[in-house]
Design a protein. Sequence first.
Length: 538
Amino acid sequence: MHRRTFLRGLGGAVVAAPFLESLGNRRARAQSVAPPRRLIAMFTHYGCLTNRFFPKKSHGQLSAEQLRATTLAPLAPFAGQLLLPRGIRAMNEWTAELSRGQGNGQHEQASGSYFTCQPLRPNSDTPFDFTPNTRFPPSPIGPSLDHVMAQQLSPKQIPFLLSVGGFRDSKRSAVSYSAAETLFNGSNLTQAYSALTNLDMTSPTMSPDSYQAARGRSIIDLVRNDLDTLARQDMSESDHLKLAAWKELLHETGSALTPRQCSLDNSARLRLEDGTIRAVRPADNTTDSLTYPVTVDYDMADMYSHVAVLAAACNANPVIVLKYPPNFLFSGLGVTMESHNLSHRLDNAGLSGTCLPDAIEMISRIDAFYARKFANLVAQLQQFTEGEQTLLDNTAAVWFQEMSDGAAHNLNNLPIVQAGSCGGYFKTGFSINVEDGSPDLTPGNSELLCQSGEPETINLVSQSTGTDPALANAPINKYFCNLMNALGVKAGVDGFPLAGGQAEVTRFGRYDRTEDFIHGDLNPPMIHDPGEFSALRA
């Protein structure tokens, strides 16, 4: 018998012998440890056709049939695992008369304040002043939700942010800020995949040892193989029992302590192949990289989602963001106008003009594309098991949209879709109107204009395609409190997130009423409605 085999095998069994009677206790403790909880936030720009997006019933149990009649039809198979929080408003809405937020810009302040609930600096009280260096570049005066959560939960205290399509955000469209006025740009696809699998994507080849390590082989694997060899030796029945118990202990501790999901085997399970990742083309506005097909039913946008799922599956980071680009031309969908102009129903980003022919139908194609991408993300999360549950069960995967209707630029009546209960924290299978519980909340008026497909003069300043500003104004801050508490973020005695705190989070951001954002940060900090949405809790 080789000395190495003896030291690893029989030596290990002898060392473990005094502790074998505790094996049952170890198993019980391992089974009592709850799986980790994760957040995957998918963010898209310019809102949607709200009247096609929302199911008819705004409060009550969801069914697949209700979803099939909407933009969310691809999510019908997952109806029982969805949560639609209705009646929510994001902060800092742009209005022509400066009635519900700052005057910095329809998209700058919507994006910058979305996950921060902080006003932008420098402030502008003149909504139509586009003079350079007076409004731009504006940025929020506090960190965004992903960084607040990552400070307590994530390795290196930073979130896992994937810029879908490889675009780098400017302060006109960014949503992730690590600190006041400090924009955070995430990883591109190859950077993220390399970090997860330990593959050097800049190298055309890798050593066999590195490849095996990337597939998940560990020291425990080597020990287990040696123990199998040792078990074939002539030994007493007592030693056989001890050895079997030691192998079982190795199996249990190896499963608990060694992350195997980031292996190349599971990368392949997610259709993430080395050669395909290397072949990703640089993204630009002349190349529709998002819809570029990898296979018949799998495109580049799906690839980013699959890398996000890999990060969640191997517990690389519990705070994951999939940020889709603004100003994008979806030529692969047969769309002939870039997404920002199209959201205005025009051939430009102005506030008045003549309806672009077929604008509504082209917007509908983009909405359906995003719904398919989110449905695929959900499906991939569901295929990984964690004990008696799935990765989806232990995750809150949330599709956030910058605004409600893209022409009105309104931030009330937000379209938000969550999949997964985050370890049983949230209700699933329901649409819940958190504002007043009414089942008939309006879906908005997105098709009030330009639905004929013919030229029609429109003026977007009136916000007529949006939702009455008196409706659906429950502050998004409270939903963010839900998400933080679900993942275990702690707060100080004042209820604001605080590393080392012991309390539940009840407050987030500077303001929770859009009117308080007028004049920027000149108003004193004020959270009028602290706490989370209890109606969303399981």
